[in-house]
Design a protein around this ligand. Structure first.
Ligand SMILES: [Zn+2]
Length: 197
């Protein structure tokens, strides 16, 4: 069974969970809950700023933040990172106790606190080859369903980049007739399929 990353690096999906034998997307309701949560969550967090960049630059200088290209953690407690800051996260995960709290609700906050206190990977930590292999190293996490039952996967406190916010508003207006989770369709998900090399 092949694995794919969708939209952002980091989270990986079993192809059989997502695609029909003909290679098309399965309807969302036929995708198992865990990958479906991630898929829905990806749609929310794509095009958001890297968490680490945002801690450095804040709202005032949000245009200096790089867009996230990598996602780790569980839906609603995910960490978003750009390529530059991935090494800092991996160092924290492997060497500063991050792995020991994977799947817990404090996961993201703990990384943010460490980074905000000046925590950084040593120079040269995690060359690209090392980094590319990292997503498969994440341990199996607790079933997110019992962690996040009833929480809204579509809510995110992260700010949008300004032009993205405008686009989102336009998209929301288009979807106004079409609300409700039952109407969610993979056709609404604008996600690139990215196969590992
Ligand atoms: Zn960054």
């Amino acid at each position: 069974m092949g694995k794919v990353s969708i939209g952002l690096r980091g989270w990986r999906f079993d192809e059989d969970d997502l695609f029909t034998e003909a290679g098309g997307w399965k309807p969302l309701e036929e995708i198992p809950k865990d990958p479906r949560h991630r898929l829905v969550r990806l749609q929310v967090v794509m095009n958001k700023p890297c968490d680490a960049c945002y801690l450095v630059h804040g709202d005032e200088e949000i245009q200096r933040c790089r867009p996230a290209s990598i996602v780790y953690g569980e839906p609603l407690d995910e960490v978003l990172l750009c390529d530059e800051h991935e090494a800092d996260f991996l160092f924290w995960f492997r060497e500063r106790g991050g792995a020991s709290i994977a799947g817990e609700e404090t996961f993201r906050d703990a990384f943010h606190e460490w980074f905000d206190d000046g925590g950084r990977a040593p120079d040269g930590y995690g060359g690209m080859e090392h980094v590319e292999e990292a997503p498969e190293d994440l341990p199996d996490l607790r079933d997110p369903e019992d962690l996040y039952e009833g929480e809204d996967l579509l809510v995110d406190e992260r700010p949008d980049f300004e032009e993205d916010a405008a686009e989102d508003d336009a998209a929301d207006a288009d979807d106004a007739d079409d609300e409700g989770e039952d109407d969610l369709s993979v056709d609404d998900l604008d996600l690139d399929r990215e196969y590992p090399t």
